[in-house]
Design a protein around this ligand. Structure first.
Ligand SMILES: [Zn+2]
Length: 143
């Protein structure tokens, strides 16, 4: 998940914002709690809106390669059209300028969307016994 780099996490307990490492991002992606590197509390992303936003980042990672392909294609088509005499040199120049400008704008927007700070909340660790009791309870109620 290289595109997700630059995402920060904010610990609700020690009030420190830190850059999330790839393994921490993976933990968030699978909704698994992990330790705060500063206060060692167990953190989890509880906000459903932020979680949805976070999971949509994969789609933003595709923006860059597809924009590069699109820009190259438009530049080549404009060049060929000028050679064939379909458009003037000025026209070709204008199209090229527009597409490069659009390229920069889209990438800037994608970068902006990828930069985010996740509010991480402290979760109380579930004791293994408690968890077992809950599973046993659920099984009993099924009968
Ligand atoms: Zn902390």
């Amino acid at each position: 998940m290289t595109a997700a780099l630059g995402i920060k996490g904010h610990c609700a307990h020690c009030d420190i914002t830190f850059e999330l490492k790839p393994w921490q991002l993976n933990a968030i992606a699978i909704e698994e709690p992990f330790d705060c590197p500063y206060c060692q509390r167990i953190l989890q992303l509880n906000c459903p809106v932020q979680l949805r936003h976070f999971k949509a980042l994969d789609r933003w990672a595709l923006v860059r390669p597809s924009m590069v392909a699109l820009t190259c294609m438009v530049l080549i088509v404009a060049l060929v059209a000028e050679w064939l005499g379909l458009i003037s040199v000025i026209g070709q120049f204008n199209i090229s300028l527009m597409v490069v400008l659009l390229h920069c704008l889209v990438l800037r927007y994608a970068r902006h969307r990828q930069r985010m700070t996740l509010d991480l909340h402290v979760v109380s660790p579930v004791l293994p016994i408690e968890q077992l009791a809950r599973i046993a309870g659920a099984r009993l109620s099924q009968r």
